[in-house]
Write a protein that binds this ligand. Structure first.
Ligand code: SF4
Length: 638
């Protein structure tokens, strides 16, 4: 008897990043092909943006704007309405420039006489202007025409995105779409109502693209991957469109949002749109599901899969080992329009630039995290807790295959924390095979990154690393089980910096028991790290407690209590907590961000850190030579 043919289409749902494809479909498509399945992929996030940010798309935006009642008009829509013709005449050329297809246009854009300038350009006035009238001179100098033009073109797109939001769909943003309908939403009701509402211009565009993709690929199964809450609404709109026209197609939902927020899913209405929802590493559940659809496996033997039976949600899990990381195959970007991604230059921060600018191949060094102890992290979940590494030779085989396929040699290692042992082995293998690539990714600032290893990593193509300094306090680093000390971070970051590698620090504030004094001390430590040339870039994250983290699982151990979560059948992740320490972290956040922004541009490094706050804070207790002394004690072994 012939098995039913299975043809799988994997879709990236809007919105994700626009400079390079989100890797989930590339990973799944590569894996499924390695197992002999017909598998294809499309990026509908990029598709929506390219359709709307075009001459034709802007006409639709303008039509929506004309229908707006006077009371709904905003500064953005008014500014746009006056210059619509100019936007419509320039948009296709600007997109071509951002796609790297028309580099000489940079001169015209950089002249600031060509593009219309809406409210987003007002931010330029906030930049330091030391050289008599050029507000971007400090950032790009006299010769940085390409970057300057890219930044201006990005502001221009942001102005249009604001108009799209105000005139056509209030939920639209460049990097997330209708996020609040999904993030930690205990009830499915808001999402259900949004899906039942009349379609917006963005919805209609997405529907058209979905139907065109079905027409092109004729799949029997569609996988929609939702990495973040800001992709969930669109994923459901895609599935709704499929079910309306082609109910015979099996729809499957998976991805990071499901793995973190839908673990206790019991909402039957989800299955009006999706036939199956799979949890955690997608390979094994998908293999089981495809075998089931081919009639080779009973429904009882599905793996980590939710479905609806007799009107109730049922979770089926037939325990089978996950596919080893060494056997997940090589990601493939085949079918994605690699020449059409947009290199945006939004925030003038060196690390954020790597995230949003340029097309990077994505590669994972190992599944999970080798440390898996940090108390703010989802260490109880598979994507962190199941550590599984592959041989360096396997990794470099994948690197070579990807370069051969894409013709591009930049790699973003997407591990939560790439293991030093694997990086060392990978670097040696790259060097031995004389494979020339550039790569960057997340690490822990741990002491096995010696100066010699940092130099070897640089020689193998490492251009940047990011790692957690978090609260920059030895007391709090110990409490959060980060496994590093401030002195150690200073020495390791200096070793990377001395090797010519850009260093970005993840910084955190608002951790349980953190006092105002702790925060001021942390800022002083960060100031010294910038001044000593250890770090070049950073970002302050406000601590958020998730139900899967050690803090969420055992709040008393961290001196806090959790507020009760609303009862619900849908998403569950962030949880509010009460910290009796009582620090006003919101008030401190603004000063922290202002200081960091200036430090990244070499400004204010000598000033007393108290100057960055708008209210009186205590003097820092950290000695002003603390980092210099830690570096002086640096082990001489290299
Ligand atoms: S925060 Fe990073 S290093 Fe810590 S357990 Fe999570 S992934 Fe690992």
């Amino acid at each position: 008897m012939n098995e039913p043919a299975v043809r799988v289409l994997s879709l990236i749902a809007p919105m994700t990043q626009l400079n390079t494809p989100y890797p989930s479909t590339a990973y799944l498509t590569g894996f499924l092909r390695s197992r002999g399945f017909e598998a294809v992929q499309e990026d509908l996030a990029l598709g929506v943006v390219l359709a709307l940010f075009s001459g034709k798309g802007l006409q639709l935006v303008h039509d929506a704007l004309e229908r707006l009642p006077a009371s709904a008009r905003t500064a953005c829509t008014e500014a746009y309405a006056q210059c619509h013709q100019r936007y419509a005449e320039t948009i296709d050329a600007v997109i071509a420039f951002l796609q790297g297809r028309d580099s000489t246009l940079a001169h015209r854009i950089a002249s600031r006489n060509w593009l219309p300038e809406g409210p987003r350009f007002a931010a330029l006035d906030a930049y330091v202007d030391d050289d008599g009238g050029d507000p971007l001179g400090w950032a790009f100098g006299a010769l940085g025409v390409q970057d300057r033009a890219r930044h201006l073109a990005t502001l221009y797109l942001n102005d249009i995105a604001d108009v799209l939001r105000d005139a056509a769909d209030p939920r639209f943003e460049f990097v997330r779409y209708a996020e609040s309908l999904a993030r930690s939403q205990a009830s499915f009701e808001p999402l259900a109502q949004a899906l039942a509402a009349p379609v917006t211009l963005v919805d209609r565009t997405l529907q058209d693209l979905t139907l065109a993709a079905l027409q092109r690929h004729r799949p029997t199964v569609v996988l929609v991957s939702v990495p973040f809450p800001g992709t969930v609404y669109a994923a459901f709109r895609i599935a709704q469109t499929i079910k309306a026209g082609r109910p015979d197609i099996t729809t499957v939902l998976g991805g990071g949002f499901v793995n973190t927020e839908l673990r206790e899913l019991s909402e039957p209405r989800v299955f009006d749109h999706f036939d199956f929802v799979t949890l955690d590493g997608g390979e094994r559940p998908l293999l089981a599901l495809l075998e089931h659809l081919q009639g080779r496996r009973s429904v009882q033997r599905l793996v980590r899969t939710f479905m609806r039976q007799d009107g109730q949600v049922r979770r089926v899990h037939f325990a089978e080992p996950d596919v080893p990381f060494a056997q997940v195959g090589t990601p493939t970007w085949d079918g994605l329009p690699l020449g059409s991604y947009l290199s945006l230059l939004d925030m003038l921060n060196p690390m954020h630039r790597l995230w949003s600018d340029g097309r990077w191949n994505k590669l994972t060094v190992a599944h999970g995290c080798y440390w898996k102890k940090c108390s703010f992290c989802d260490v109880s979940l598979d994507y962190i807790s199941r550590y599984d590494a592959a041989q360096a030779s396997t990794l470099v085989d994948r690197v070579e295959a990807i370069v051969a396929e894409t013709g591009q040699t930049g790699f973003h290692l997407v591990d939560e924390a790439a293991p030093p042992k694997c990086l060392k082995a990978m670097a040696a293998e790259l060097q031995a095979r004389r494979v020339g690539i550039s790569w960057w990714g997340n690490i822990r600032f741990e002491k096995s990154f010696t100066p010699a290893l940092c130099r070897q990593l640089a020689a193998s193509g490492c251009i940047a690393v990011s790692g957690g300094l978090e609260v920059a306090s030895d007391r709090l680093l110990a409490l959060m089980k980060k496994g590093v000390s401030v002195d150690q971070v200073a020495r390791v970051t200096k070793a990377f910096a001395d090797a010519g590698i850009l260093v970005h620090a993840y910084l955190m504030y608002g951790f349980p028991t953190q006092t105002e004094q702790d925060t001021v001390d942390a800022l002083e430590t960060v100031r010294q790290l910038f001044a000593a040339g250890c770090i070049h870039s950073g970002f302050w994250h406000r601590f958020a407690c998730t139900v899967h983290s050690p803090v969420g699982l055992d709040p008393q151990a961290y001196g806090v209590s959790l507020r009760p979560l609303p009862r619900g059948s849908f998403a569950k992740n962030d949880v509010d907590f009460v910290d009796p320490t009582g620090t006003d972290h919101d008030a401190l956040g603004a000063g922290l961000r202002k200081a960091l922004y200036n430090y990244m541009h070499g400004i204010g490094l000598e000033a007393d850190v108290r100057e960055w706050f708008d209210f009186a804070v205590p003097r820092a207790r950290v000695p002003r030579q603390r980092i210099a002394r830690a570096l002086a004690r640096s082990p001489t072994a290299s």
